[in-house]
Design a protein around this ligand. Structure first.
Ligand SMILES: C[S@@+](CC[C@H](N)C(=O)[O-])C[C@H]1O[C@@H](n2cnc3c(N)ncnc32)[C@H](O)[C@@H]1O
Length: 325
Protein backbone atom coordinates (compact mmCIF):
# COMPACT_ATOMS: atom_id res chain seq x y z
CA UNK A 1 0.00 0.00 0.00
CA UNK A 2 1.23 3.53 -0.76
CA UNK A 3 1.86 6.05 2.00
CA UNK A 4 -0.86 8.47 2.93
CA UNK A 5 0.81 11.21 0.87
CA UNK A 6 2.06 11.47 -2.67
CA UNK A 7 5.37 13.19 -2.06
CA UNK A 8 6.16 16.30 -4.06
CA UNK A 9 9.12 17.52 -2.05
CA UNK A 10 12.25 15.71 -0.85
CA UNK A 11 11.15 16.09 2.76
CA UNK A 12 7.98 14.00 2.27
CA UNK A 13 8.14 10.26 2.91
CA UNK A 14 8.89 8.30 -0.25
CA UNK A 15 6.52 5.51 -1.15
CA UNK A 16 8.56 2.28 -0.80
CA UNK A 17 6.65 0.79 -3.72
CA UNK A 18 7.89 3.68 -5.91
CA UNK A 19 11.50 3.02 -4.84
CA UNK A 20 11.14 -0.70 -5.53
CA UNK A 21 9.45 -0.28 -8.91
CA UNK A 22 12.02 2.28 -10.11
CA UNK A 23 15.12 0.36 -9.00
CA UNK A 24 13.79 -3.00 -10.21
CA UNK A 25 12.55 -1.41 -13.43
CA UNK A 26 15.90 0.21 -14.23
CA UNK A 27 17.78 -3.05 -13.57
CA UNK A 28 15.51 -5.20 -15.75
CA UNK A 29 16.58 -6.27 -19.22
CA UNK A 30 13.51 -4.57 -20.67
CA UNK A 31 13.67 -1.37 -18.62
CA UNK A 32 10.16 -0.38 -17.59
CA UNK A 33 8.45 1.58 -14.79
CA UNK A 34 4.70 1.15 -14.13
CA UNK A 35 2.57 3.99 -15.50
CA UNK A 36 0.97 4.82 -12.15
CA UNK A 37 4.19 6.59 -11.08
CA UNK A 38 3.70 9.18 -13.84
CA UNK A 39 1.08 10.75 -11.57
CA UNK A 40 2.63 12.90 -8.88
CA UNK A 41 0.97 16.31 -8.55
CA UNK A 42 2.85 17.73 -11.54
CA UNK A 43 2.10 14.60 -13.58
CA UNK A 44 -1.61 14.90 -12.79
CA UNK A 45 -1.56 18.58 -13.84
CA UNK A 46 0.20 17.72 -17.08
CA UNK A 47 -2.25 14.88 -17.79
CA UNK A 48 -5.10 17.32 -17.30
CA UNK A 49 -3.43 19.63 -19.84
CA UNK A 50 -3.13 16.71 -22.28
CA UNK A 51 -6.88 16.07 -22.06
CA UNK A 52 -7.50 19.60 -23.40
CA UNK A 53 -5.25 19.23 -26.48
CA UNK A 54 -6.86 19.07 -29.93
CA UNK A 55 -4.87 15.95 -30.80
CA UNK A 56 -6.03 14.11 -27.66
CA UNK A 57 -9.42 12.88 -28.91
CA UNK A 58 -10.28 10.42 -26.04
CA UNK A 59 -11.46 12.96 -23.45
CA UNK A 60 -13.75 15.03 -25.65
CA UNK A 61 -15.06 11.90 -27.40
CA UNK A 62 -15.85 10.07 -24.16
CA UNK A 63 -17.39 13.25 -22.69
CA UNK A 64 -19.56 13.56 -25.82
CA UNK A 65 -20.79 9.97 -25.43
CA UNK A 66 -21.61 10.54 -21.75
CA UNK A 67 -23.44 13.78 -22.47
CA UNK A 68 -25.55 12.21 -25.20
CA UNK A 69 -26.37 9.02 -23.34
CA UNK A 70 -26.47 10.09 -19.69
CA UNK A 71 -30.21 9.48 -19.40
CA UNK A 72 -29.96 6.02 -21.01
CA UNK A 73 -27.12 5.10 -18.67
CA UNK A 74 -29.12 6.22 -15.62
CA UNK A 75 -32.12 4.25 -16.81
CA UNK A 76 -30.03 1.08 -16.70
CA UNK A 77 -28.08 1.77 -13.49
CA UNK A 78 -30.94 3.35 -11.57
CA UNK A 79 -30.36 6.40 -9.40
CA UNK A 80 -29.13 6.87 -5.83
CA UNK A 81 -26.59 4.68 -4.03
CA UNK A 82 -22.84 5.09 -4.20
CA UNK A 83 -20.78 6.08 -7.23
CA UNK A 84 -17.18 4.86 -6.93
CA UNK A 85 -14.66 6.24 -9.42
CA UNK A 86 -11.35 4.50 -10.08
CA UNK A 87 -8.49 6.82 -11.13
CA UNK A 88 -10.62 9.92 -10.71
CA UNK A 89 -7.91 12.51 -11.55
CA UNK A 90 -9.42 15.94 -12.15
CA UNK A 91 -13.00 14.51 -12.04
CA UNK A 92 -13.98 16.47 -15.14
CA UNK A 93 -16.42 13.83 -16.43
CA UNK A 94 -17.86 13.09 -13.00
CA UNK A 95 -20.43 15.95 -12.88
CA UNK A 96 -22.14 14.43 -15.93
CA UNK A 97 -22.56 11.11 -14.13
CA UNK A 98 -23.56 12.75 -10.83
CA UNK A 99 -26.31 14.77 -12.52
CA UNK A 100 -27.64 11.67 -14.29
CA UNK A 101 -27.19 8.97 -11.63
CA UNK A 102 -27.96 11.22 -8.64
CA UNK A 103 -25.84 9.18 -6.19
CA UNK A 104 -26.14 9.80 -2.45
CA UNK A 105 -22.44 9.17 -2.01
CA UNK A 106 -19.45 9.71 -4.30
CA UNK A 107 -16.09 8.00 -3.66
CA UNK A 108 -13.23 9.06 -5.95
CA UNK A 109 -10.13 6.84 -5.70
CA UNK A 110 -6.71 7.91 -6.97
CA UNK A 111 -3.03 7.33 -6.27
CA UNK A 112 -2.26 11.04 -6.74
CA UNK A 113 -3.46 12.06 -3.26
CA UNK A 114 -3.03 15.86 -3.09
CA UNK A 115 -4.49 16.29 -6.51
CA UNK A 116 -7.41 13.99 -5.66
CA UNK A 117 -8.25 15.94 -2.50
CA UNK A 118 -8.22 19.26 -4.43
CA UNK A 119 -10.50 17.80 -7.12
CA UNK A 120 -12.86 16.38 -4.49
CA UNK A 121 -13.06 19.74 -2.67
CA UNK A 122 -14.01 21.47 -5.90
CA UNK A 123 -16.70 18.89 -6.58
CA UNK A 124 -18.15 19.31 -3.08
CA UNK A 125 -18.55 23.00 -3.84
CA UNK A 126 -20.43 22.18 -7.04
CA UNK A 127 -22.72 19.57 -5.41
CA UNK A 128 -23.37 20.78 -1.86
CA UNK A 129 -25.86 18.00 -0.98
CA UNK A 130 -23.58 15.15 -2.06
CA UNK A 131 -21.40 13.16 0.38
CA UNK A 132 -17.91 13.10 -1.18
CA UNK A 133 -15.28 10.81 0.36
CA UNK A 134 -11.97 10.71 -1.52
CA UNK A 135 -9.80 7.64 -0.99
CA UNK A 136 -6.08 7.85 -1.73
CA UNK A 137 -5.03 4.36 -2.77
CA UNK A 138 -3.40 2.26 -5.44
CA UNK A 139 -6.54 0.64 -6.79
CA UNK A 140 -4.61 -2.49 -7.81
CA UNK A 141 -4.16 -3.21 -4.10
CA UNK A 142 -6.30 -3.06 -0.98
CA UNK A 143 -8.92 -0.31 -1.13
CA UNK A 144 -10.77 0.59 2.04
CA UNK A 145 -14.14 2.02 1.06
CA UNK A 146 -15.82 4.40 3.53
CA UNK A 147 -18.10 2.64 6.03
CA UNK A 148 -20.91 5.07 5.13
CA UNK A 149 -21.56 3.33 1.82
CA UNK A 150 -22.14 -0.06 3.47
CA UNK A 151 -25.40 -1.49 2.14
CA UNK A 152 -25.76 1.11 -0.63
CA UNK A 153 -26.20 0.09 -4.26
CA UNK A 154 -22.80 0.47 -5.93
CA UNK A 155 -21.89 1.72 -9.39
CA UNK A 156 -18.24 1.74 -10.41
CA UNK A 157 -17.01 4.38 -12.83
CA UNK A 158 -13.72 3.80 -14.68
CA UNK A 159 -13.43 6.33 -17.51
CA UNK A 160 -10.48 7.65 -19.52
CA UNK A 161 -9.53 4.22 -20.93
CA UNK A 162 -7.26 3.83 -17.90
CA UNK A 163 -7.89 0.08 -18.22
CA UNK A 164 -5.80 0.33 -21.42
CA UNK A 165 -2.71 1.03 -19.28
CA UNK A 166 -2.81 -2.60 -18.14
CA UNK A 167 -1.68 -5.57 -20.22
CA UNK A 168 -4.73 -7.81 -20.79
CA UNK A 169 -3.70 -10.30 -18.11
CA UNK A 170 -3.42 -7.55 -15.48
CA UNK A 171 -6.52 -5.83 -16.86
CA UNK A 172 -8.66 -8.90 -16.21
CA UNK A 173 -7.11 -9.25 -12.73
CA UNK A 174 -7.95 -5.61 -12.08
CA UNK A 175 -11.53 -5.99 -13.30
CA UNK A 176 -11.98 -9.00 -11.02
CA UNK A 177 -10.50 -6.98 -8.17
CA UNK A 178 -13.02 -4.18 -8.86
CA UNK A 179 -15.76 -6.79 -8.84
CA UNK A 180 -14.59 -7.89 -5.38
CA UNK A 181 -14.40 -4.30 -4.15
CA UNK A 182 -17.84 -3.37 -5.50
CA UNK A 183 -19.54 -6.66 -4.62
CA UNK A 184 -22.51 -8.63 -5.92
CA UNK A 185 -25.13 -6.77 -7.98
CA UNK A 186 -22.75 -3.88 -8.69
CA UNK A 187 -22.55 -2.20 -12.09
CA UNK A 188 -19.52 -0.75 -13.83
CA UNK A 189 -19.35 2.06 -16.38
CA UNK A 190 -16.05 1.79 -18.21
CA UNK A 191 -14.45 3.78 -21.04
CA UNK A 192 -12.37 1.95 -23.66
CA UNK A 193 -10.42 3.49 -26.50
CA UNK A 194 -10.93 1.81 -29.87
CA UNK A 195 -8.35 0.77 -32.45
CA UNK A 196 -8.03 3.45 -35.15
CA UNK A 197 -5.57 4.70 -37.79
CA UNK A 198 -2.07 4.74 -36.37
CA UNK A 199 -1.24 8.36 -37.27
CA UNK A 200 -4.16 9.60 -35.13
CA UNK A 201 -3.09 7.39 -32.27
CA UNK A 202 0.49 8.55 -32.49
CA UNK A 203 -0.49 12.23 -32.60
CA UNK A 204 -2.63 11.77 -29.49
CA UNK A 205 0.39 10.44 -27.59
CA UNK A 206 3.04 12.71 -29.10
CA UNK A 207 1.43 16.12 -29.45
CA UNK A 208 3.07 18.98 -31.33
CA UNK A 209 2.89 21.15 -28.19
CA UNK A 210 5.16 18.72 -26.30
CA UNK A 211 2.82 18.29 -23.31
CA UNK A 212 2.88 14.46 -23.42
CA UNK A 213 6.67 14.62 -23.70
CA UNK A 214 6.76 16.80 -20.55
CA UNK A 215 4.35 14.38 -18.80
CA UNK A 216 6.62 11.43 -19.64
CA UNK A 217 9.89 13.17 -18.72
CA UNK A 218 8.36 14.39 -15.43
CA UNK A 219 8.80 10.80 -14.22
CA UNK A 220 12.59 11.31 -14.38
CA UNK A 221 12.30 14.61 -12.51
CA UNK A 222 10.23 12.81 -9.86
CA UNK A 223 12.86 10.07 -9.55
CA UNK A 224 15.61 12.68 -9.17
CA UNK A 225 13.63 14.53 -6.48
CA UNK A 226 12.32 11.60 -4.47
CA UNK A 227 15.06 9.01 -4.93
CA UNK A 228 18.20 11.18 -4.88
CA UNK A 229 18.74 10.64 -8.59
CA UNK A 230 20.93 12.62 -10.99
CA UNK A 231 19.32 11.47 -14.24
CA UNK A 232 20.12 13.96 -17.04
CA UNK A 233 16.44 14.52 -17.93
CA UNK A 234 17.27 16.68 -20.97
CA UNK A 235 19.18 13.76 -22.55
CA UNK A 236 16.02 11.63 -22.75
CA UNK A 237 13.44 12.17 -25.46
CA UNK A 238 9.81 11.08 -25.46
CA UNK A 239 8.67 8.51 -28.01
CA UNK A 240 5.19 7.10 -28.70
CA UNK A 241 5.33 3.77 -30.59
CA UNK A 242 2.51 1.70 -32.01
CA UNK A 243 2.95 -2.00 -31.26
CA UNK A 244 0.86 -3.70 -33.91
CA UNK A 245 1.15 -7.22 -32.52
CA UNK A 246 -0.02 -6.20 -29.06
CA UNK A 247 -2.50 -3.51 -30.20
CA UNK A 248 -1.11 -0.76 -28.07
CA UNK A 249 0.64 2.59 -28.00
CA UNK A 250 3.78 2.47 -25.90
CA UNK A 251 5.45 5.47 -24.34
CA UNK A 252 9.21 5.31 -23.99
CA UNK A 253 11.97 7.59 -22.75
CA UNK A 254 14.88 7.21 -25.16
CA UNK A 255 18.51 8.04 -24.29
CA UNK A 256 19.79 10.45 -26.96
CA UNK A 257 23.40 9.45 -26.25
CA UNK A 258 25.37 7.12 -23.99
CA UNK A 259 24.95 8.30 -20.40
CA UNK A 260 25.40 7.32 -16.77
CA UNK A 261 23.50 8.27 -13.63
CA UNK A 262 22.76 7.11 -10.11
CA UNK A 263 19.51 6.59 -8.22
CA UNK A 264 19.77 6.12 -4.47
CA UNK A 265 23.47 5.45 -4.92
CA UNK A 266 22.98 2.70 -7.51
CA UNK A 267 24.72 3.25 -10.86
CA UNK A 268 23.01 2.85 -14.23
CA UNK A 269 24.39 3.03 -17.77
CA UNK A 270 22.39 3.65 -20.94
CA UNK A 271 23.70 3.37 -24.50
CA UNK A 272 22.33 5.73 -27.14
CA UNK A 273 18.83 4.51 -28.12
CA UNK A 274 18.23 2.51 -24.92
CA UNK A 275 14.77 3.18 -23.55
CA UNK A 276 12.66 3.12 -20.40
CA UNK A 277 9.15 1.87 -21.18
CA UNK A 278 6.80 4.07 -19.14
CA UNK A 279 3.24 3.46 -20.34
CA UNK A 280 1.05 1.19 -22.45
CA UNK A 281 -2.27 2.23 -23.86
CA UNK A 282 -4.08 -0.80 -25.25
CA UNK A 283 -6.76 -0.25 -27.86
CA UNK A 284 -9.72 -2.60 -28.27
CA UNK A 285 -12.14 -3.49 -31.04
CA UNK A 286 -15.82 -4.01 -30.11
CA UNK A 287 -15.44 -7.72 -29.46
CA UNK A 288 -12.11 -7.40 -27.70
CA UNK A 289 -13.46 -4.86 -25.20
CA UNK A 290 -16.48 -6.97 -24.29
CA UNK A 291 -14.41 -10.15 -24.04
CA UNK A 292 -12.02 -8.39 -21.68
CA UNK A 293 -14.93 -7.46 -19.41
CA UNK A 294 -16.40 -10.97 -19.53
CA UNK A 295 -13.02 -12.45 -18.61
CA UNK A 296 -12.77 -9.94 -15.77
CA UNK A 297 -16.05 -10.97 -14.12
CA UNK A 298 -18.36 -8.38 -15.69
CA UNK A 299 -21.14 -9.00 -18.21
CA UNK A 300 -21.64 -6.14 -20.68
CA UNK A 301 -25.27 -5.04 -20.85
CA UNK A 302 -25.03 -1.91 -23.00
CA UNK A 303 -22.45 -0.11 -25.09
CA UNK A 304 -22.41 3.40 -26.52
CA UNK A 305 -19.96 4.91 -29.00
CA UNK A 306 -19.49 8.17 -30.88
CA UNK A 307 -20.36 8.50 -34.58
CA UNK A 308 -16.86 7.53 -35.72
CA UNK A 309 -16.65 4.68 -33.20
CA UNK A 310 -13.43 6.14 -31.84
CA UNK A 311 -14.28 5.37 -28.23
CA UNK A 312 -16.68 3.09 -26.36
CA UNK A 313 -18.49 3.40 -23.07
CA UNK A 314 -19.64 0.04 -21.75
CA UNK A 315 -22.05 -0.65 -18.93
CA UNK A 316 -21.54 -4.04 -17.31
CA UNK A 317 -22.96 -5.90 -14.35
CA UNK A 318 -21.08 -8.04 -11.84
CA UNK A 319 -21.26 -11.71 -12.67
CA UNK A 320 -22.64 -13.91 -9.91
CA UNK A 321 -19.87 -15.41 -7.74
CA UNK A 322 -19.96 -18.65 -9.73
CA UNK A 323 -20.63 -17.75 -13.32
CA UNK A 324 -22.26 -20.46 -15.39
CA UNK A 325 -20.52 -21.17 -18.74
C1 LIG B 1 -5.50 8.15 -17.76
S1 LIG B 1 -5.80 9.09 -16.28
C2 LIG B 1 -7.57 9.22 -16.33
C3 LIG B 1 -8.10 10.34 -15.49
C4 LIG B 1 -9.61 10.55 -15.53
N1 LIG B 1 -10.32 9.41 -14.95
C5 LIG B 1 -10.10 10.77 -16.93
O1 LIG B 1 -10.97 10.02 -17.38
O2 LIG B 1 -9.62 11.72 -17.59
C6 LIG B 1 -5.49 7.87 -15.04
C7 LIG B 1 -5.83 8.30 -13.62
O3 LIG B 1 -5.74 7.14 -12.79
C8 LIG B 1 -4.85 7.38 -11.70
N2 LIG B 1 -4.17 6.10 -11.47
C9 LIG B 1 -3.32 5.47 -12.33
N3 LIG B 1 -2.93 4.30 -11.81
C10 LIG B 1 -3.54 4.19 -10.59
C11 LIG B 1 -3.53 3.21 -9.59
N4 LIG B 1 -2.81 2.10 -9.72
N5 LIG B 1 -4.29 3.41 -8.48
C12 LIG B 1 -5.03 4.54 -8.33
N6 LIG B 1 -5.06 5.52 -9.27
C13 LIG B 1 -4.33 5.35 -10.39
C14 LIG B 1 -3.95 8.51 -12.13
O4 LIG B 1 -3.44 9.24 -11.04
C15 LIG B 1 -4.90 9.33 -13.02
O5 LIG B 1 -5.62 10.26 -12.28
Amino acid sequence: MPDATTPDSPTDAVDPAFRRDVLDGLKARHRAIPARWLYDRRGSELFDEITRLDSYYPTRTETGIMTRHAAAIAEKTGTGGALIEFGAGSVTKTPLMIRALKPDHYVPIDISGDYLRDSAEKLKGDFPGLAVDPVEADFTGHVELPAEIEGLKRTGFFPGSTIGNFVPRSATDLLRHFRDILGDHAKLIIGLDRIKPIDRLRRAYDDAEGVTAAFNRNLLTRINRELEGNIPVELFRHEARWNEMLGRIEMHLVATRALDFTVEGEAFHFDEGDTIHTENSHKYGPRGGRTLLLAGGWTPIAEWTDEDEDFALILAEAQPPRHAP
